[in-house]
Design a protein around this ligand. Structure first.
Ligand code: ADP
Ligand code: MG
Length: 252
């Protein structure tokens, strides 16, 4: 589904991604872990289409086509969803309107009929329940005055409503209390299917008590320095990231 080869990216002539290789197949959940500043959000933003970064080398294929050719809007329409580390507040734009417009744009793109207001309300009410939100959130502006945890739930609400093919969650777990974390993990687990995939970025091993990735990658200084199974998270928890920096130094 996603095939990244030797991706290098810079911002203001500073190289941030220094040769990323990552292949994600349908049905898989991949996790990227790593310290702050290692380039995790940069990678997520580039996949979603941020124009801030300059790609200096490498290729990114999505469903065997060049992803870098597509605008951010086309990427979303083709099923790429990014839950931001810092979700945007959009004052004056109603939350219901926002999600409905995004969903209908996608349905239209796929040649499906758009949902009318009534059908949409039936759908969104069912989705709200899944993330433990009540209907009052539908009347508010997008994320306006939402707490950190409420913003993250709202992101998951968007995800399960839009039903992306590739969902990228950038530290959706950070700053959540344990109840909210479980709700987010539940939303993610219920949405796992054989024809979609996840890239879950996290700083903490804590989330991995609730979701089970197939593959864990560790990113340090713009590179994936280690890839492994679930057990890698436990080793990291025990030894810290220092273990890998030491190892990397030895290999040099
Ligand atoms: P992570 O998500 O792993 O914490 P980021 O991808 O956010 O890391 O950042 C990686 C590095 O790139 C950091 O040093 C950060 O300051 C820098 N960086 C990211 N985005 C920008 C930007 N728009 N302008 C300047 N520097 C940036
Ligand atoms: Mg980040």
């Amino acid at each position: 589904m996603l095939e990244i080869k030797n991706l290098h990216a810079s911002v203001e002539s500073k190289e941030i991604l220094k040769g990323i290789d990552l292949t994600i197949k349908a049905g898989e959940m991949h996790t990227i872990m790593g310290l702050n500043g290692s380039g995790k959000s940069t990678l997520a933003n580039i996949i979603a289409g941020s124009e801030v970064y300059k790609i200096t080398k490498g290729t990114v294929l999505y469903n065997n086509k060049d992803l870098l050719d597509l605008s951010p809007e086309e990427r979303a329409l083709q099923g790429i969803f990014l839950s931001f580390q810092y979700p945007a507040v959009i004052p004056g734009v109603n939350n219901t309107y926002f999600i409905k417009a995004a969903l209908n744009a996608k349905r239209k793109y796929q040649g499906e009929a758009e949902l009318d207001a009534m059908d949409f309300m039936v759908l969104i009410k069912e989705k709200l329940k899944m993330v433990g939100m009540d209907e009052s959130y539908l009347r508010r502006s997008v994320n306006d005055g939402f707490s950190g945890g409420e913003k993250k739930r709202n992101e998951i609400l968007q995800m399960i409503t839009l039903e992306p093919t590739l969902a990228i969650l950038d530290e959706t777990d950070s700053g959540l209390d344990i109840d909210a974390l479980k709700i987010i993990a539940n939303g993610v687990n219920n949405y796992r299917k054989k024809d979609n995939a996840f890239l879950v970025i996290t700083h903490y091993q804590r989330l991995l008590n609730y979701i089970e990735p197939d593959v864990i990658h560790v990113m340090i200084d713009g590179k994936i320095v280690k890839t492994g199974g679930k057990e890698l998270a436990l080793t990291l928890e025990e030894k810290g990231y220092q273990w890998l920096t030491d190892e990397a130094t030895v290999e040099l």
